[in-house]
Design a binder for this molecule. Structure first.
Ligand code: FAD
Length: 670
């Protein structure tokens, strides 16, 4: 597809019928008169115009050592923000050329990657080696936390917080004893926090809805209501499927077949033993199940296609039917499959088949950025004020303290590792040299050990000395691209008038529009009245249905990195205007700020039974990829092929244990 085709397809996808004027545009934040030239990070968002909102801090001359440096308050394009990925891409393409200067620093440990895995690795290393251990953490972003990022907004004189990435402490699997212990040591008790600070009843009376868009379904229509699932008890909110479908712009054939899928108790493989049923369902996509097994009208596909986007980053054409059964999708209710964790399920769905596990869930207002901030508070005393897992939510991080000479642990932001190599023969070397790029310059530091808590696919470009088989395995997983958009709005009366809290938009640029997840904790008070400012959450997963999941993920990455903020902004305004317009929402008047958290390298790749083989124990790509190489070990969630915080912590722990084992062996001469 050439660029013009790509652009025109994108424009069609946006369905831009509502005229949006230049005047409406924020480039991230509300525009009024009297612009300050300071970036958004150093002023309250209510205070006025900020044409420089998307400008990276360094480009504005504000470094990590400047008291004005405060990345969580930046709006516009965040996540993989401009300035964070260019050096890595130059390295990938073999075009990183700057000659390096030594900083003269030496450390006991250098960690590449300041996400949860890297921060946890530093924590575990210090715990084992003592408080004097000298540790340097390098990260290419302007903020620490990796995917666990924090977005701050100021509106109507109040602070509003959102997760820019990692949403919550939750996992289809229980946290391991190691991860549990870390959470305990940080003072985080998810069930207790949930019981004390969750606001489960805030949106009582507001329903789910589906927005059918004209381009996909022939008419723009918002249909509110929660139809009853065949196997669920009706609730006061629920309505019969037939009543719900009668309101939808869908043909009689499509309505008939959705009704069948949702409510009929049919065993579509009546004489097939259960084990074989599972096997067959693991080898076909949910889309194929609906079309070839249920024999539904193809017109049902647009209604279901994006149901798997949030969790898998691809549509139902690329998710096994067995996974969808495990996740309680409709169509299987008559198939007599028992709920046990069996069959060739992906990592995500394997956990979903064990509903009896104890709840271990909590959503901090900034998601798991609070875990990252608690780790940083522990690693660099004084950098994050406060002393418990509640006051961390409103604490303002002092970024100037993160990389100071007297501190044994230092966190250096905006620093992309471009080369990692042993000083001498990897088998006997006593040191590893790391070259990193910072503001177009290359610097070297040395460490007795290195944990690579960055993304697997980057490692072969950093470590030329690794064995070819390991490099191949490191390249295997293709991270899942996705976008978490957060929109500041003046109030949420439109949601209240429409009686809705979350909207599935199966045909639109963002596939969902939700009121933010409510939590009030410590000094942070979530808006409780519809007249108060609010954050609206939207998700987008760029996919190319019909290809393998990995091919779709590669195409999606290109899509995200090549889409300018203005395209996002116009689509957001168009979508919110159409979805909420019936409740009186006016994007030009009601939107106060937009942050697009773009993650071209999002979730870790989890093996997909539709394309990936069953590897023998020890032979899966993530296991081959995470082998230690001399004094270099590999952490991060890619090393577990599982996109979960608990797994990122486990991998940080393993990588440190391996490094300490190597150090002990070197000392004892074994
Ligand atoms: C949008 C989103 C939502 C999620 N929601 C949840 C959730 O609700 N619950 C859950 O348990 N998990 C969730 N996950 C998964 C979870 O966030 C991850 O599993 C976990 O945070 C990964 O941590 P990590 O440290 O391994 O990797 P990352 O967070 O990716 O951190 C690695 C860091 O290394 C940096 N890096 C890469 N290359 C270099 C280099 N050459 N030099 C320097 N630095 C480098 C990266 O930029 C990054 O900052 C979510 C993920 C995403 C993307």
């Amino acid at each position: 597809m050439n660029k013009d085709d790509h652009d025109s397809r994108r424009d069609r996808e946006l369905g831009m019928r509502r005229r949006i004027t230049r005047r409406d545009f924020l480039n991230g934040v509300a525009i009024t008169v009297g612009a300050s030239l300071l970036p958004r990070s150093v002023q309250a968002q209510d205070s006025g115009p900020d044409p420089s909102a998307q400008e990276p801090l360094l480009a504005a001359g504000i470094t990590q050592h400047d008291p004005r440096y405060y990345p969580p308050a930046l709006t516009g394009m965040r996540g993989s923000h401009p300035g964070s990925f260019e050096a890595a891409h130059l390295t990938r393409d073999g075009n990183w050329k700057a000659s390096a200067t030594s900083t003269g620093e030496t450390y006991d440990l250098i960690v590449v990657g300041g996400g949860i895995s890297g921060l946890a690795a530093a924590y575990f290393y210090r715990k084992a080696a003592g408080n004097k251990a000298r540790i340097l953490i390098l990260d290419n972003h302007d903020d620490f936390g990796g995917h666990a990022k924090r977005n701050e907004f100021r509106s109507g004189g109040r602070l509003l917080l959102a997760n820019g990435g990692t949403f919550a402490i939750e996992s289809p699997f229980p946290y391991s004893p190691v991860a549990h212990e870390l959470m305990d040591e940080l003072g985080i008790n998810p069930p207790a926090l949930q019981a004390k600070y969750g606001l489960p009843h805030l949106y009582d009376g507001l329903q789910s809805a589906v927005f059918f868009d004209k381009d996909t379904f022939g008419a723009d229509r918002l249909v509110a209501g929660e139809p009853t699932r065949a196997w669920m008890e009706p609730t006061p909110k629920s309505l019969p499927w037939k009543t719900f479908l009668a309101k939808c712009p869908l043909s009689p054939e499509v309505q008939r077949d959705i009704l069948r899928i949702e409510s009929e108790l049919v065993d579509y493989m009546p004489d097939v033993p259960e084990a074989e049923k599972r096997d067959r369902l693991s080898r076909m996509s949910y889309k194929d199940f609906l079309l070839k097994v249920v024999k539904a009208d193809p017109g049902v596909v647009p209604f279901y296609q994006k149901r798997t986007h949030d969790l898998y980053g691809v549509g139902i054409d690329a998710v096994p039917a067995l996974d969808c059964w495990a996740l309680y999708f409709p169509g299987f209710q008559g198939m007599k499959l028992r709920r046990v964790a069996e069959g060739r399920l992906s990592f995500t769905a394997r956990g979903a088949a064990t509903p009896d596990q104890k709840p271990y869930h909590f959503h901090y207002p900034d998601g798991n950025a609070s875990i990252a901030r608690l780790l940083v508070r522990s690693l660099v005393p004084g950098s994050v004020p406060g002393n418990n897992a509640e006051d961390v939510v409103t604490a303002r991080v002092d970024y100037t303290r993160l990389d100071r000479a007297p501190s044994p642990v230092r966190i250096r932001l905006n620093s992309t590792a471009v080369q990692v190599r042993h000083v001498g023969d990897p088998a006997t070397a006593k040191e590893v040299e790391v070259t990193y790029a910072l503001q177009g310059k290359a610097c070297t530091v040395r460490g007795a050990g290195v944990v690579l808590a960055c993304w697997n696919m980057m490692i072969p470009y950093l470590c030329a000395e690794m064995p070819e088989k390991q490099k191949e395995a490191l390249h295997y997983g293709s991270k899942v691209p996705l976008v978490y958009t957060v929109v500041g709005v003046k109030n949420w009366t439109a949601f209240q008038k429409l009686g809705i809290q979350r909207v599935f938009c199966p045909g639109m640029y963002h596939s969902s529009v939700n009121l933010d997840w409510p939590t009030s904790i410590g000094g942070y008070k979530f808006p409780t009245s519809p007249q108060e400012p609010m954050l609206v959450r939207m998700t987008r997963t760029p996919c190319s249905p019909g290809m393998s999941a990995r091919a779709q993920q590669m195409a999606g990455r290109y899509d995200l990195i090549s889409t300018p903020f203005t395209t996002f902004e116009s689509s957001i305004r168009d979508q919110l205007g159409r979805v909420l317009g019936g409740g009186g929402f006016d994007p030009g008047r009601d939107i106060t700020a937009i942050t697009v958290n773009r993650w071209p390298h999002g979730y870790a790749y989890e093996y997909n039974p539709l394309w990936d083989p069953d590897w023998a124990p020890g032979q899966s790509p993530c296991e081959v990829a995470r082998q230690p190489s001399g004094r270099v070990t590999v952490a991060n969630s890619d090393a577990a092929a599982a996109a979960y915080t608990g797994k990122a912590i486990d991998e940080g722990h393993r990588a440190v244990e391996e490094l300490l084992g190597t150090a002990r062996a070197a000392k004892s001469g074994t």
